[in-house]
Design a binder for this molecule. Structure first.
Ligand code: SF4
Ligand code: SF4
Length: 367
């Protein structure tokens, strides 16, 4: 667990306050997407296929900070698009920190060297750098050669200047356990505070659809990775029970209200991954109007293989509050990597026939 105690304490206090108030649905992390424009065009991206008119839109400083206030979550994850393209991002970050919230600024790091002087190291600010694996894998994932080396250079530079830095890794088809284990060792060597890791969500709008891993395969892959991880001291930035869920030992219902999304269209229903479900004009309206019961692996075919943090980290945290001993056990000894997996809920919709065979990852980096 790489998260500093101070931040853990703030989040624990917030969770207890929610319990005390009897809130059933509450936000844990606000996903703030102040723009969709990006300086990369990744094969698995579901955000960049909008027309220029949309890609040129920005959330203003006022809109961003009002959203932070409306939502009230203790953590704000700023994503996009590429947030560092937003000219007023330093003011947005400053305003969020001034409110005592923790900011994770998610970036592909191409602009970090140029923009780093706009930010001050703070316990409240973390640069979360997009790295989808080792050099070859990451460059293939972002469809451009040289991006891995630039991201690693930016990580080293930000750490040397005293910033908190984490790595944000998405797994796609074709990655083996040994390769992922080697990558996590590399993250340790880089000295990042922690790494978030999850299987890629099959965005309907992603340029390539054959790169996403199915749920059962993902769980086995995570078991194989965790088996290799014994004694290697990886710092994974997740709750112990979310890791246990990734390894197939927990069956959770999705709780997307834990990770609400605000972007240039409004408040996205039900989460940042599903793009055609509509928007609410305010956070209150999002919480009240979204038909939450329509979503989750067994409820909606669009959610079929989703194991994303935005749906299941908050579910795991909720379970940790109810079962602290179970959470502590997994935290001490790691997720179980053998034996039967937790039963997956039976889909309430017609399941399409599985494709016959899946090719290895077909994307290639270009110069
Ligand atoms: S995945 Fe991230 S870095 Fe890649 S194109 Fe989309 S927003 Fe940009
Ligand atoms: S399962 Fe939950 S988090 Fe995943 S796409 Fe569906 S609503 Fe979103």
């Amino acid at each position: 667990m790489g998260v500093p105690l101070r931040q853990q304490f703030t989040v624990a206090k917030y969770l207890l306050q929610q319990k005390f108030k009897g809130n059933q649905r509450y936000p844990l992390v606000l996903m703030l997407e102040p723009l969709f424009r990006c300086n990369l065009a990744c094969a698995g991206c579901g955000k960049i296929d909008y027309p220029d008119e949309i890609l040129n839109r920005r959330l203003s400083v006022e809109e961003a900070l009002q959203s932070v206030d409306e939502c009230g979550a203790p953590i704000v994850s700023i994503a996009g698009g590429e947030p560092l393209l937003h000219k007023e991002l330093p003011q947005i970050v400053e305003g969020i920190i001034a409110r005592g919230k923790y900011v994770y600024l998610c970036t592909n790091a191409l602009l970090l060297k140029k923009r780093i002087d706009d930010y001050q190291p703070s316990p409240y600010l973390t640069f979360s750098i997009h790295l989808d694996g080792n050099r070859e894998r990451h460059d293939a994932s972002v469809c451009q050669k040289g991006v891995f080396d630039r991201a690693v250079e930016a990580i080293e530079m930000a750490i040397s200047r005293g910033f908190r830095v984490t790595v944000n890794c998405t797994l796609f088809q074709g990655e083996g356990a040994e390769e992922i284990a080697g990558f996590l060792d590399h993250c340790n060597k880089l000295g990042v505070e922690g790494t978030t890791i999850a299987p890629g969500f099959s965005y309907e709008h992603a340029p390539q659809q054959d790169i996403f891993i199915k749920m059962r395969e993902s769980k086995q892959l995570f078991r194989d990775v965790f088996k290799l991880g014994r004694g290697r001291k990886w710092k994974l930035n997740h709750s112990s029970l979310y890791l246990d869920f990734l390894a197939g030992n927990q069956s959770y219902n999705c709780t997307p209200w834990g990770n609400p999304t605000r972007n240039v269209f409004g408040w996205q229903k039900p989460c940042y991954l599903l793009v055609d479900e509509g928007y609410a004009p305010s956070f209150k309206a999002l919480m009240e109007e979204t038909p939450w019961d329509k979503y989750g692996n067994n409820k909606n075919p669009k959610c079929a293989n989703c194991m994303a943090h935005c749906g299941y980290e908050a579910s795991a945290v909720e379970d940790s509050l109810k079962n602290p001993l179970k959470a502590a056990w997994v935290s001490l000894f790691g997720p179980r990597t053998t034996g039967p997996m937790a039963e997956e809920p039976v889909p309430e919709y017609e399941v399409p026939a599985a494709p016959k065979a899946r090719p290895a990852i077909p994307i290639k980096a270009v110069d």
